[in-house]
Design a protein around this ligand. Structure first.
Ligand code: WTA
Length: 652
């Protein structure tokens, strides 16, 4: 464990404040019987099957779970359709005219889609996809901004059983191409462009560039979000406007019956190598997992307005903007832009505008708001809020307290939710009507989840000792495999401790059984809540013709959680200057996307290596974080570190 996490750890474990739910909240909460934990522990299959019965199945399952470590099948033999559950069944009920999606555009336009309207839009798109030859099992890539058509596209795919692969709109053309090719997608759905702080992100132009090397793509569907200013060029025979193809399509479409284990989507995430992993989620277990957790963790009520601020390009948006809330017939708010446009109180004005009751965001956003000052939220009432949530990284107690004081006005429980792209659903979190929270702790595993902190040998560690977070029982929304690479699935998650899922996170459990997450223990950084692998950034850097070698580390960053520092050695004869630094940063943006732009680049004459030629990133992190250096005895040349340190202090 790095010295920085040791430091934050001691601060965390000094945290003794606890916040029990108010009596009023507890009484009204959907989950307020503490017996739920024991019941789920005694008979998890009975617990999950009673939750699964809240969905509509075309054919009931014969067996809740078939577990051949590490291959899981949930609700074996069951058939259902995700979109039928998220849209159609509500559109045929008293919820027909209830808002499913309340959308706020960045320029201030807005749209409300009721369940009835959503059903018709989804059907048109589903039929349009079919008319382009998309059939059950064909993959569809989606590369869009946060517009309602993104949700319609996902649900349209799910309606006809075509797995979607959503690529975050901030990824570069090259990153998009890599993901399209890995999934062998047939169609891309995109926008002409996206609004970002008043300017246009040319999404269609990136698609055109990506498609120069994607043999499987046959068609592109383009949403006209921007208009002429986007200057989108349409290629005849390949590209079609969304409004043309859906305008010509029927608004009736029968839902494809899907096996519970049929693939619903693939979503790429960074692993410990340069190649992103396509995380595969299937239909039945995933929907049971996300609808159950959305209902219990967010205490969703029929009349609630719920807002998760994530981008749908990440798993949080998949599970908790779209599938979880819509399966529960909730009203889900979706916002297109950034929190600082046109002003830094945009989020608070959206909350007041729509009367948001439940608000779910990331610690990095909260730390940004703290910096901007309390006057901004104080300009707004925020009185509709009754529950707050966080996700994506550990929340430092100061940020938690600020969130509680200035956003929740000390009235709203806070749910700190731990989970991963791979887990599909929240696994460790308070239940807001039951759990006394502690700032900085995700508290306890949810009912039905068995998590533990173990040492390197796999033995459980005692209270207060640090170790690795593992999961000891399967759960319905767990990933099923890595797309096209089952060996990597076994290797990555199930080999360190055979039969036990390895999360890659460090953790401690306190004497009350509360879990305190400590960050990644592998070479994955968490930058502003985004997972980025050090190898990915290193590969992007060495791809540049001037670079000989690169070592990338995540160093503690006040707002982003981690910032990216790169130590680079240049090829013979290349001049090291600021111009080249900027060029290298741009090169990384071009290879991966702006989220991976290094915060700083240091040109060094050599990198510290062990005698077996492994780069010692730990020492580089120590240097970057200004700490006294740890053990350097295994270094091939200890003087390298001293030189680096002096240079870093002079330049940094
Ligand atoms: C981290 C995002 C502490 C963790 C849903 C995990 C957290 C990685 C929390 C997954 C939390 C997520 N407290 N750490 N509440 N939530 N993480 O796949 O390191 O983008 O392994 O999924 O984020 O990131 P991913």
């Amino acid at each position: 464990m790095s010295a920085s996490s040791e430091k934050s750890l001691s601060a965390l474990l000094d945290e003794r404040r606890t916040f029990p739910p108010s009596e009023d909240f507890r009484r009204r909460a959907g989950a307020n019987d503490p017996g739920i934990y024991d019941r789920a522990l005694q008979d998890p299959e009975a617990f999950w099957s009673s939750e699964a019965k809240k969905l509509d199945w075309f054919t009931p399952w014969q067996k809740v779970l078939e577990w051949n470590v590490p291959w899981a099948k949930w609700f074996v033999g069951g058939k259902l359709n995700i979109t039928y559950n998220c849209v159609d069944r509500h559109a045929r009920s008293a919820r027909r005219n209830k808002a499913a999606i309340i959308w706020e555009g960045e320029p201030g336009d807005s749209r409300v889609l009721t369940y009835g309207m959503l059903e018709r839009e989804v059907n048109r798109l589903a039929n349009a996809l079919r008319s382009l030859g998309v059939a059950k099992g064909d993959r569809v890539a989606i590369y869009m901004g946060m517009v309602p058509e993104l949700v319609i596209a996902m649900l349209g795919c799910a309606k006809i059983g075509a797995p979607h692969s959503i690529v975050f709109g901030g990824f570069s053309a090259e990153a998009l191409r890599e993901r399209i090719n890995d999934a062998k997608a047939k169609v891309v759905v995109t926008c002409d462009g996206a609004w970002r702080r008043g300017s246009v992100v040319p999404l269609k132009a990136s698609v055109d560039e990506a498609l120069r090397g994607t043999p499987t793509i046959q068609n592109v569907i383009v949403v006209r979000r921007i208009g002429d200013a986007a200057k989108a060029a349409m290629q005849a025979g390949r590209d079609a406007w969304w409004h043309d193809v859906t305008g010509a399509a029927s608004d009736k479409c029968a839902a494809e019956p899907m096996d519970a284990e049929d693939m619903l989507f693939v979503l790429y995430t960074s692993g410990t190598t340069g190649k992103p992993k396509g995380i595969v989620h299937t239909s039945g277990g995933y929907l049971v997992g996300v609808s159950t957790t959305h209902r219990y963790v967010f205490d969703i009520k029929e009349e609630d307005v719920y807002w998760c601020t994530a981008d749908i390009g990440w798993v949080t948006g998949h599970s908790y903007i779209v599938y979880g809330p819509l399966a529960n017939g909730a009203t889900s708010v979706m916002y297109e832009g950034t929190p600082d446009y046109p002003d830094r109180d945009r989020f608070w004005s959206v909350i007041d505008k729509y009367g948001v009751n439940i608000f779910y965001t990331a610690p990095t956003a909260i730390r940004t708001f703290m910096r901007w000052g309390t006057e901004l939220p104080a300009r707004h009432s925020l009185s509709s809020l009754r529950l707050l949530g966080t996700v994506g990284e550990p929340i430092n107690p100061e940020a938690w307290i600020w969130y509680n004081d200035y956003i929740g006005h000390r009235r709203c429980p806070i749910v700190d939710t731990w989970w991963q792209t791979e887990t599909g659903m929240i696994l460790i979190s308070p239940l807001p009507g039951l759990t006394a929270t502690k700032p900085g702790s995700a508290t306890r595993p949810l009912p039905g989840i068995v998590a533990e902190v173990v040492d390197a040998k796999g033995d459980a560690v005692g209270p207060g000792a640090g170790g690795y977070l593992v999961l000891k029982r399967p759960w319905p929304a767990m990933m099923r495999t890595i797309y096209g690479d089952p060996d990597r699935y076994v290797q990555q998650y199930w080999s360190r401790y055979p039969g036990i899922y390895f999360t890659g996170d460090g953790c401690k459990v306190d004497k009350d059984g509360y879990f305190w997450l400590l960050g990644r223990v592998d070479d994955v950084m968490n930058v502003a809540g985004h997972r980025i692998s050090t190898y990915e950034v290193e590969s992007a850097l060495v791809d540049h013709s001037s670079v000989a070698e690169a070592a990338v580390i995540g160093r503690t960053h006040e707002v982003k959680g981690q910032g990216i520092s790169a130590f680079v050695t240049l090829k013979e004869g290349v001049a090291a200057d600021d111009g080249l630094k900027n060029e290298l940063k741009q090169h990384v943006v071009g290879k991966i996307g702006a989220i991976a732009r290094p915060d700083d680049i240091f040109f060094v004459s050599e990198l510290p290596k062990t005698r077996s030629a492994k780069i010692m990133r730990r020492l580089l992190r120590d240097i970057a974080e200004g700490r006294i250096l740890g053990d350097t005895t295994t270094l091939a040349d200890p003087a390298v570190v001293a030189r680096l340190k002096t240079q870093y202090q002079e330049e940094g």
